[in-house]
Design a protein around this ligand. Structure first.
Ligand code: 13P
Length: 253
């Protein structure tokens, strides 16, 4: 069975360089003991280089939280996919709801996925509804969002795509989505992906869940929700919570 993936999206945390190095060091140490799990940390840009170590365990990987949609050149404040790749970044988050709220659109996310994949990295593409209702309008929303986000992407690129289903209402919340619902939604997301790219791509694409995952609920979300991994916010910079979370996932076997 493929290894499970636990991705820590640090967002703007921690605030200082020293604290970031400490979180990376602790996460690396846990990763050295894993059998069934790969771990990715996505620090703020200025901390990335310091989170890479020469003696990195094979289960520990570096990610980034976003990337420029431009290839390079005169774009003040932007960071290109090639720059990230040169820092040993292997995974890049695209289309996080917080980045979408700050201006990313389905179209710009699509272009970012292209840049990430062309630079040889893996795009962790976030999708998710703002609200849910009895009529299932969230399913229509999600279907449209996935279709538009992948509109410009050729099927050969899907090998380097991971889907992260993050219902916006569950991000930064008290409770995660119920694991049974996570299972239903991960199947739905895979089905929409298969309708676009074909049965095989839909079967192969990895689906993660994100939104208020912590060390208590992580095991059930994986076991009952049957997702391929987790995209973790707050708990990923909280030690020893993240350590316990990773252990719980790895223990599932
Ligand atoms: P929390 O785990 O803090 O709810 O954040 C989830 C998230 O947005 C990960 O990308």
């Amino acid at each position: 069975m493929a290894k499970r993936l636990v991705i820590g999206n640090w967002k703007m945390n921690p605030e200082t360089f020293e604290a970031a190095k400490a979180v990376a060091r602790k996460t690396r140490a846990i990763s050295a003991k894993l059998c069934n799990t790969d771990v990715v940390v996505c620090p703020p840009f200025p901390f990335i280089a310091a989170c890479v170590s020469r003696s990195q365990p094979p289960a520990f990987h570096i990610g980034a939280q976003t990337v420029s949609l431009e290839e390079g050149g005169a774009h003040t404040g932007e960071v290109s996919a090639k720059t990230l790749q040169s820092l040993n970044v292997e995974f890049v988050i695209a289309g996080h709801s917080e980045a979408r709220a700050a201006g990313d659109t389905d179209e710009t996310v699509s272009r970012k996925i292209g840049r990430i994949v062309e630079a040889g990295m893996i795009a962790v593409v976030c999708v998710g509804e703002k609200t849910r209702d009895e009529n299932g309008s969230h399913l229509d929303f999600l279907k449209k969002q996935i279709r538009k986000t992948f509109a410009g992407i050729s099927p050969d690129k899907t090998k380097r795509v991971i889907l992260a289903y993050e219902p916006i209402w569950a991000i930064g919340a008290k409770e995660a989505m119920a694991p049974e619902q996570v299972y239903e939604m991960s199947l739905f997301v895979k089905k929409v992906f298969a309708d676009i790219f074909g049965h095989e791509a839909g079967h192969k694409v990895r689906v993660l869940y994100g939104g208020s995952v912590n060390f208590r609920n992580a095991g059930d979300i994986i076991k009952v929700g049957r997702v391929d991994g987790l995209l973790v916010g707050r708990e990923s910079v909280n030690m020893p919570g993240f350590k316990e979370l990773i252990r719980a996932v790895d223990a599932i076997g």
